[in-house]
Design a protein around this ligand. Structure first.
Ligand code: HXC
Length: 519
């Protein structure tokens, strides 16, 4: 009997470390590789700065004694956790290891994830979860469900405090999808990521519908149809680049400001092409991306939810080195109208920017709400209200640029003065009115038009009369609903001046526990 030597003790540690690194073994690792998927640790290494990852809890094991699991206790329990840096900034991370019980989530696996989320909240740093999992670990029963519940609660507590990103690189089934859905962003890798509540077999048994896993919950589906995902990547490498890019526009937590972005782009740069890009004729369309790219620093725009509700565009850019969020109607798609999906997409982005202290610049060219039974039955009233709520609630600097149409309720919803916009700018062709000239003239001059010898000529005359009198920015400017009417080419300079002026904006609000946002 005696003490073992330090060499023996270190050798033992070394063996344990190697065992933890082995995960689910060679065969499972080969299977993962053969599908073109990275391992849990390779993924962390690809995302974080080289050599920055520090792993914790590598010796954690489950304590389940059902269905033979007591004989299989892989070190680490199927998830790799710890911290590191991205671009020199600290992040906390977890990455599920599919080679261990299919990355399924049991009690201790969940505890490891909860620990890094807690650390991220306490230290005010983003948390990134790489998901690749068969869902609840079936052998662990309610312990596994309890684990999910604890993660959901932490995601909710962290919401608006630290950025939370979910990177989906494998299956995510059942209630397991709800942790990602509670985070800021879901990044999905094409042909690898699957998210659904009930899978194709259950759907076939219950409703008789036939659908493939990919159709039901693949990256394409969630980035275009459901809007549940925010970024689509063709492979893992592209996905990690997206994560890094988005992170570079965000502060580490809600008490910080986002880091400035170095640029040589002159903040006073004028761009005469803006006069041509947006046609004066309100019936002609154009791609609002062209406007955004010409106004922001170096033309760099990082779009969020690029494939969903394309009639509104959301994303990050910087102006005068200052990171901002951008919301813009896109006349190229459905004339840039507001509908259910556009309202959902924009309101969530506005709240995200507000939570993380990013000023919001809104480019307005909106004809109104999309008419239709589908829209009314689908809840456009509450969805539209959500956008009103999001802008009204936002206390970050709000700058609006009314480029052309701004009609009715949609004008109000798109960051209007009355909802709290700090600086509202309008271009000379802006039309700020209750509705377009055609509709307005037909109603206001109905009797005159109907009683005319040539009603259609009279109608055109009255439309022109109305347009001349009201379809311009000056009525709104007379009332102070527009702060400045500017030349299109001055937009970058003037927005930059407005952002400078609003830099120290502070607003106090009535004390409350929280509001009740329309959903
Ligand atoms: C325990 C699991 C598991 C799970 C997979 N495995 N899912 N073990 N619990 N949920 C194990 C498999 O038994 C297998 O172990 C290994 O992981 C690899 O799985 P394969 O099936 O060989 O891999 P693959 O063919 O790629 O299929 C992956 C899969 C499939 C599509 C994820 O495994 C699958 O359908 N799993 C079940 C998914 C599921 O129904 N989960 C519960 C969802 S409900 P061996 O030892 O053979 O290598 C849920 C509720 C959450 O999650 C509620 C939260 C509120």
């Amino acid at each position: 009997m005696g003490f073992r030597t330090i060499e023996e003790l270190c050798a033992e540690l070394d063996v344990k470390r190697k065992s933890a690194l082995a995960g689910g073994g060679e065969e499972a690792a080969e299977k993962q590789k053969s599908k073109g998927k990275g391992s849990a640790r390779e993924r962390i290494a690809a995302l974080l700065d080289a050599g920055s990852f520090v792993e914790i809890d590598e010796f954690v094991t489950h304590r389940c004694s059902n269905f033979g699991l007591e004989e299989r206790k892989p070190l680490g329990d199927g998830v790799v956790t710890g911290w590191g840096t991205i671009g020199g900034r600290k992040v906390f991370i977890y990455s599920q290891d599919f080679t261990v019980f299919g990355g399924s989530l049991g009690e201790k696996h969940a505890d490891k994830i909860c620990k890094v989320i807690d650390m991220a909240i306490q230290n005010g740093c983003p948390v990134i979860g790489i998901n690749d999992s068969g869902g609840a670990r079936i052998q662990e029963g309610t312990d596994s469900l309890n684990g999910y519940g604890k993660i959901f609660r932490r995601n909710t507590m962290a919401s608006g405090v630290i950025p939370q990103f979910s990177v989906i690189m494998g299956p995510t089934a059942g209630g397991a999808v709800y942790s990602p859905a509670l985070t800021d962003y879901i990044f999905m890798v094409d042909k690898e990521a699957i998210m659904h509540i009930t899978g194709p077999e259950v759907i076939r048994a219950v409703t008789g519908e036939l659908v493939t896993s990919e159709e039901l919950g693949g990256a394409e589906t969630h980035n275009t149809i459901t809007g549940d995902a925010h970024f689509f990547a063709k492979d893992e490498a592209e996905c990690f680049e997206q994560v890094k890019k988005v992170l570079s526009y965000l502060p580490l937590n809600n008490l910080d400001d986002a880091p400035l972005k170095a640029t040589n782009d002159d903040p006073r740069r004028a761009d005469l092409a803006l006069r041509e890009i947006v046609p004066v004729n309100p019936n002609k369309s154009y791609d609002v991306h062209e406007v955004i790219k010409r106004v922001v620093d170096d033309g760099e725009f990082v779009e969020v939810q690029a494939g969903f509700a394309k009639n509104i565009v959301t994303g990050y850019a910087s102006i005068g080195s200052r990171p901002i969020g951008i919301v813009a109607n896109n006349p190229d798609v459905s004339a840039g109208c507001l509908d259910i999906n556009a309202s959902d997409k924009a309101s969530r982005f506005v709240r995200h920017c507000d939570a993380f202290n990013l000023p919001i610049v809104t480019f307005v060219d909106v004809p109104g709400y999309l008419p239709g039974k589908d829209q009314e039955y689908g809840g456009i009233i509450r969805k539209g209200a959500k956008l009103l709520y999001a802008y009204s609630e936002a206390s970050v600097p709000l700058i609006s640029v009314i480029m052309r149409k701004a009609y009715g309720g949609a004008y109000l919803a798109m960051s209007s003065k009355s909802l709290g916009a700090d600086v509202v700018l309008a271009w000379p062709q802006a039309e700020i009115a209750v509705m377009g000239a055609e509709g307005a003239a037909s109603i206001v001059f109905k009797k005159e038009i109907e009683g005319a010898d040539d009603p259609s000529a009279k109608r055109l005359e009255k439309i022109d009369e109305y347009r001349e009198a009201f379809a311009n920015p000056y009525r709104a400017a007379e009332r102070g609903y527009v702060d400045r009417v500017i030349m299109p080419e001055e937009t970058r300079k003037v927005v930059c001046q407005a952002l400078d002026a609003m830099e120290s904006k502070r607003e106090t609000r009535p004390a409350k526990k929280h509001g009740v946002i329309p959903h």
